[in-house]
Ligand binder design. Structure first.
Ligand code: PEP
Ligand code: MN
Length: 262
């Protein structure tokens, strides 16, 4: 809480990659890690555009058990090896306590997904690791609940946390979720932790993702995380909210321009 720590937290991931403070963190990548060929294309795109943080799930929480559920630990090892060779840092979702140790050496930032924001056993386990945790807001979670979940990790001894607004479930059906941009200034006022916005899950519609990403920056976010893929139409998950590389490159440029206006 800002009550006892006024100074904003800056997370140093090493090799000149930071989250929070006086810079805008841009994290992009596919919803799911699918193959080495897919990763290579995304990585080339990120490197060419100066993006150092790559997202990508190897354990996927899917609404249907028959949907693609990720490449698992083997995929993560490939992801890690390829990312290291290119100076990229990895953000990837951990779904259960037993994965924390297995994943640890291959991860730069552990993502806790919206379905696990109140998995208190998982939060306790992450309180004991020495790597940053990107904590997403629960699908129907309040801002206060997000902060309480962060407190689980924090009080366990891990103060490396990033709060993520990724849209909440409302009565609105015109978009996948309702991106609650109100949460950005409120979280920034209540907490010293970096706040990032996920416009991909927030609105769920590809053509509107850039607009909401830019709005997130103007609302005060310390970073943006979004989904990109060489061919969104063929993505194993979340293709409908995934930018192609041309859209992604344009967004990266505009994010940097808009950040300068703050
Ligand atoms: C994701 O980042 O691909 C994801 C599953 O996000 P969320 O937990 O916010 O739905
Ligand atoms: Mn996704």
């Amino acid at each position: 809480s800002r009550k006892w720590r006024v100074k904003p937290t800056v997370l140093d991931l090493g090799d000149g990659v930071t989250i929070g403070g006086n810079s805008l963190a841009i994290c992009a990548g596919p919803c799911s890690i699918e193959s080495e060929a897919q990763m290579e294309k995304v990585m080339d795109h990120l490197v060419a555009n100066g993006v150092r943080l790559m997202r990508g799930g190897v354990f996927k929480p899917r609404s249907s058990p028959y949907a693609f559920r990720g490449l698992g630990l083997e995929g993560l090892r490939d992801f890690h090896r390829m990312a290291r060779a290119r100076g990229l840092k990895i953000v990837t979702e951990v779904m259960q306590v037993s994965q924390v140790e297995e994943m640890h050496d291959f991860v730069d930032v552990f993502q806790v997904g919206a379905r696990n924001t109140q998995n208190f056993n998982l939060l306790d386990a992450l309180g004991g690791v020495d790597k940053p945790v990107l904590l997403k807001r629960g699908i129907s979670g309040s801002i206060e609940e997000l902060l309480s979940s962060a407190e689980y990790v924090f009080s366990g001894g891990n103060e490396k946390l990033i709060l993520c607004e990724r849209g909440i479930r409302t009565f609105e059906t015109a978009s996948r979720n309702t991106l609650d941009l109100n949460a950005v200034p409120i979280l920034k006022a209540k907490s010293h932790l970096p706040v990032i916005v996920d416009p991909s899950h927030g609105i769920g519609i590809r053509e509107y993702v850039p607009t909401m990403a830019l709005a997130g920056v103007m609302a005060g976010a310390d970073g943006i995380v979004y989904e990109t893929h060489e061919t969104p139409e063929t993505a194993a998950s979340d293709g409908a909210q995934t930018l192609d590389f041309e859209e992604s490159a344009r967004l990266i440029r505009n994010l940097r321009r808009v950040y300068q206006l703050r």
